[in-house]
Design a protein. Sequence first.
Lengths: 124, 188
Amino acid sequence: MDLNRFKACSAAYGADRRRWPAREHPLYDRFAGTSEGVAILAEAERTDRFLDALETAAPDLRRVGRIAAIARPAWYRLAKPAATLAASAVLGFAVGFAQARSAADTDIAARLLLGPQSLQEIGL
Amino acid sequence: MKPPPDDALDRELMAAVGRGDGRAFARLVGRHYGWALGFTDRMLGARHEAEDLVQTAFLRVWQGAAHWEPGARFSTWLYRVLYNLCVDQFRARNTAAGVPLDGDLAEALADEAPGSEERVSDMQRGARVRMALAALPARQRAALVLCYYEELSQVEAAALLGVSEGALESLLSRGRATLRKWLRDDLQ
């Protein structure tokens, strides 16, 4: 009768004593070392080993960040794209302005090298 | 991966989240995301669905924190939220009773089994376990995931599933017996 219970527990909880209900530990200890017990646990252990083959991949930290961002206030979530757009516009203006200045400087230098006709021509 | 043990900290964080503290929420997500994803991934057998579902669960945490009453451990409560979402997902898939392991799937599992001189890689074996678990009836799968992978006590797992400990043992036995039958070639 007890051996049947031992068999039923190993079929449900596997071969690892830690997974058995605490109240069944004495039963485990009684049969685990017997020849019948060893055979029953070996069968259960094969299933355990198979279950152990299932692993899950590490979490994607970007996902964690996106979930944590749920808690950001609405104004922040709306303000962020607006601020990004504004920053892009300012940056674009600054780059364009610098390129224009640079082009003007290059034009002046070229005229000096090639020999301007007059100082008025280069705006001096 | 298992839930972190410090429930007192979780309670403090939840109280802060209830007051709208975004930093506390981020910390709570950081503490619990890993195991929540592992549990949900094993339950659903589909990584992307699991990620979406865990995100939904944390959204519920954020929205419901102000009304949260610390009766049980935070992780036990989150397990319940995740489990209920998984059940909803099964219903949406119309597979609450699990994907029946019909001739085709049983054949696919058998075809992929390694020969006596051939060893299947851990990755292939993991994929086969995933497929087989996903094909179990939802409650058998939940019992196995909670007791085997999550290592919840029988009392905790039974409470979560809303069954007696005897019924839980029966779910576990039937689940493992079905897996043994399907995967007998791997178990040789």
